[in-house]
Design a binder for this molecule. Structure first.
Ligand SMILES: [Fe+2]
Length: 455
C-alpha cells in the first residue's frame, strides 16, 4: 500500500510550454486524456504569467523558446515556486544532460517525445512529488511538536531528532545526528538512567519513565519519557523511538501543592493543639490526658496496620476528644469527691458538646464522629447513643480503649491513680463486650511486649 496520499488527476495542474503550437496542443490533449488539468504557454514568459496566477504541479517545457527559454524559466521557477519541471531536449549543444539536471529539473526527454514515455515519466515525478509532500508534512508535525522526539539505533546512535530535541541540548541537528547517546548526555546519565531503558526497548518492550534533566536555570526539568520499539524491516527491532514530554510545570505545581498541604496541615495541627489547651486550661487535673490518649491510640492504630492518613486522623481526634468538656462547669470537672448522678449526667454531655463544636469543620477525617463516639461501647452500654458494634468507627473504638486505659492508670481529682495493670485488667475483662477484641489485643501487646509507656 502506498504511504502517501494520491491526488485525483483533475486536481493536478500541468503546464506545457513549447513554441511549437502543434506540439503543445498535442501534449495538452494527451494530458487531458489522462484526466489532468493542462494549461499551455508558447514561451517562458507566458508560462511565468500562468504560474503567478495559479499553482502548477509540473511544467513540461521545451528549451529553445523566444523571449524566455526553458533554461531561464527553470532557474526562475526553482527559485520562486514549488513546481517540478520535465525538460524536453532537442538540440542540446550548449547544455549537457548533467547541467540540466543540476538546474533542479526532475526529468528530461529527448525530442521527438513519445507521449507514452512522457506520461510514464510524468507519473513518476508526480509520485515522488506526493511522497515528498507527505514527508514535508510529517517533518512539519515532528518539528513543531513540543515533545522531544528521537530515533535511536541499536548501537545508541541518533538517526533522527526533532527541533525540540535539539533546542533542549542547545545543539544543531547536524551536531546530534550520528552521535552516540552518551556523547550527548554524558557517560554518567547514560549508564545510570538511560541505557537500561534503551536495552529493554530493544528487546521489543515499550518503556515509560520519568526523567529529570539538568538545565541551565537553577531548577531541573522533568520529562515523561516513552521508548517505543521500532522495526525498520518489519521483522526485528532495529531502533527505539523516544518521545519525551515536558512535565516540569506539573511537577512544580505538585510541589507547590505539597508545600501548601504541609502548611495547612501544620496550621490545622496548631489549631487542634490550641483547642486541646483551651479545654485543659479549665480542667488542670486532666491536663496531658488528651495527648497521652492520642499517643496510645496512634500506637494501637499503627500496630493494627491502619492507613497512614487514617492514623493522622486518629492522632487529631485523640488530641481533642474531650473538647466538649469546655461546656461543663469547671467545678464539676475538678470536683475532688465522687460525682453525683446528676453531675455525671452533665459530664456525659461532653461528647455531644464536642461534636457540636466540630461538626461544621471540614476536616479530612471524621474527627467530630470520633469525639461523639469515644464513650460508646460494643454492646450498646456506652453513651450518648448506645451505638452497637461495627456501627462505631474503628477510629472511635481505638480512642475508647486508649481513653479508658489512660484514665484508669492516671490520677483523678476524686481518686488516686489505679495503675496500668488495673487498666489493662479492666479492658481485658471487658474485651468483646465493651471494647473491640482486636483493639484490646493490640493494646495489651503494646504494653506487655512492646513496652509502651505513657510519657
Ligand atoms: Fe471523654
Amino acid at each position: 500500500m502506498d504511504s502517501y496520499k494520491k491526488l485525483p488527476p483533475e486536481q493536478i495542474h500541468i503546464l506545457v510550454a513549447d513554441d511549437d503550437k502543434s506540439i503543445r496542443e498535442t501534449l495538452q490533449e494527451a494530458m487531458q486524456h489522462v484526466g489532468y488539468r493542462c494549461s499551455i504557454a508558447s514561451n517562458g514568459r507566458e508560462a511565468l504569467t500562468i504560474l503567478e496566477r495559479e499553482p502548477v504541479d509540473v511544467i513540461i517545457t521545451d528549451i529553445m523558446m523566444p523571449h524566455l527559454d526553458g533554461i531561464e524559466l527553470t532557474k526562475i521557477v526553482k527559485k520562486k515556486y514549488d513546481t517540478d519541471i520535465i525538460m524536453m531536449t532537442g538540440f542540446v549543444k550548449e547544455y549537457t544532460y548533467s547541467e540540466i539536471i543540476d538546474l533542479g529539473v526532475s526529468d528530461f526527454l529527448e525530442k521527438p517525445v513519445s507521449i507514452k514515455e512522457l506520461i510514464i515519466r510524468l507519473k513518476r515525478v508526480l509520485r515522488e512529488r506526493a511522497i515528498l509532500s507527505e514527508q514535508k508534512k510529517f517533518e512539519f508535525i515532528v518539528n513543531t511538536a513540543k515533545e522531544l522526539i528521537a530515533l535511536v539505533a541499536k548501537d545508541y546512535t541518533y538517526e533522527v531528532v526533532n527541533t525540540a530535541y535539539c533546542q533542549i541540548q542547545k545543539k544543531s541537528k547536524e551536531e546530534v545526528i550520528g552521535q552516540k547517546i552518551f556523547n550527548i548526555w554524558g557517560e554518567d546519565i547514560f549508564k545510570e538512567s538511560l541505557k537500561k531503558h534503551f536495552d529493554l526497548c530493544f528487546t521489543g518492550t515499550e518503556v515509560h519513565d520519568e526523567q529529570s534533566i539538568p538545565s541551565s536555570s537553577r531548577e531541573p526539568r522533568y520529562f515523561n519519557v516513552a521508548y517505543y520499539p521500532y522495526s525498520s524491516d518489519g521483522k526485528s527491532i532495529s531502533h527505539a523511538i523516544v518521545v519525551s514530554h515536558d512535565i516540569s510545570e506539573r511537577k512544580r505545581a505538585e510541589e507547590q501543592l505539597r508545600l501548601t498541604m504541609d502548611h495547612l496541615r501544620n496550621a490545622m495541627e496548631a489549631i487542634i493543639q490550641t483547642l486541646a489547651l483551651t479545654v485543659e486550661a479549665r480542667d488542670p487535673y486532666t491536663a496531658g490526658h488528651q495527648k497521652r490518649v492520642a499517643d496510645l491510640a496512634v500506637a494501637i492504630a499503627q500496630h493494627m496496620h491502619l492507613a497512614e492518613d487514617q492514623i493522622n486522623g486518629i492522632a487529631m481526634g485523640g488530641a481533642i476528644h474531650d473538647i466538649g468538656k469546655i461546656a461543663i462547669p469547671a467545678e464539676i470537672l475538678s470536683k475532688p469527691t465522687k460525682l453525683t448522678e446528676v453531675e455525671f449526667s452533665l459530664i456525659k454531655v461532653h461528647t455531644q458538646a464536642g461534636y457540636d463544636i466540630l461538626k461544621d469543620i471540614n476536616f479530612p477525617w471524621p474527627i467530630a464522629r470520633m469525639v461523639f463516639e469515644h464513650h460508646e461501647r460494643m454492646d450498646g452500654s456506652g453513651y450518648p447513643n448506645g451505638i452497637i458494634g461495627n456501627n462505631i468507627l474503628i477510629d472511635s473504638k481505638i480512642l475508647a480503649v486508649a481513653d479508658v486505659v489512660e484514665a484508669i492508670s492516671s490520677h483523678r481529682p476524686y481518686r488516686p491513680a489505679l495503675g496500668i495493670d488495673a487498666a489493662l485488667e479492666m479492658i481485658s475483662s471487658k474485651s468483646g463486650a465493651c471494647y473491640d477484641v482486636d483493639v484490646v489485643k493490640t493494646c495489651l501487646m503494646l504494653f506487655n511486649e512492646k513496652k509502651f509507656r505513657f510519657t
